[in-house]
Design a protein around this ligand. Sequence first.
Ligand code: SAH
Length: 354
Amino acid sequence: MTALAEVLKRQIAATGPLTLADYMTACLMHPDHGYYTTRDPLGAAGDFTTAPEISQMFGELLGLCLAQGWLDQGAPDPFTLAELGPGRGTLMADVLRATRAVPGFQDAAEIHLVEASPTLRKEQAKRLSDHHAHWHDTVDTLPDAPLFLIANEFFDALPIRQFTRHGNGWRECVVGLAEGRLAPGLTDTAPQDVVRHRLEDTRDGDIVETCAPAQGIAATLGARIARFGGAALLIDYGDWRSKGDTLQALENHAPADPFAHPGQADLTAHVDFEAIACAAAPARHSRLTPQGVFLERLGIVRRAQALAGNLSGAALQSHITAHRRLTHPSEMGSLFKILALFPEGASPPPGLDT
Ligand code: SAH
């Protein structure tokens, strides 16, 4: 039994079941026992790995894509270069290395990082020690300036609510107690405003998920990009419209029961990109594009060949494996997708269309 399980059991006994969103928030961000607040979960020794940790090519290509977007919008100076949920700071470090050669880009850039975890903020500060960065708890305090932003595997960590259709109403998934253990259950049927529009495309028993924080963040980003200019590259796993139960837990790189060890496992859910794109209006959005297609359009094959020229033996093998992992449809190439936000009147960033 984890310390957080004890805390949550006492809370449920006192005040009743938690929504899945409250449960996820506690598991991921509880100040003393939260998964992200207490550890660095990335890499071979952690629970999962991410595209920037797999290969430097990911951050390099994203950085050049953002820099081209900046040039295409007239190279505004100054501008905000931001990242949401920067993990170990690897992606931003690769972006900064790759864009060194773009005249004026780094001189005009002010680096802003939105990160909730004190543990990961320390990692980011170490990794980016050659640069002057500012940290934020939320997107609300980002400066009023053109905003060029990346977010990789950020939105999937935000808390969801989950509803199962029953007639013309919905039963919400909540976390309660069963035989002294934390267990998921369903509320009685009730109408639910947040998923009323899903009565159109669901049948009895279908599950839909909502993520209010994702929509709130997308609305803030969209409003800033529409007003000041800029672009956001949002990469995550998910699809255009959420359907089904996508909550998952990962512990030591293996799937786990999301309710067994609260605070010890990473909890994520697929991202509903349609909800993000709608919330980001009046900013425009690109077509949702598979990661593999996007990286290939940006020239990953040529970059991979150039890097391979300096490698041999095991290092070459692991470089080839990393390239495949990022792009192949049976690995991350199709599951992960990219959505860009950009202002009316600008073209979408390179590699994307509308
Ligand atoms: N982008 C990194 C890390 C992904 S893990 C990579 O690709 O490697 C998710 C990141 O989002 C972590 O840095 C985590 O601490 C941060 N995060 C999760 N929820 C957050 C929230 N509500 N506010 C700010 N940061 C959050």
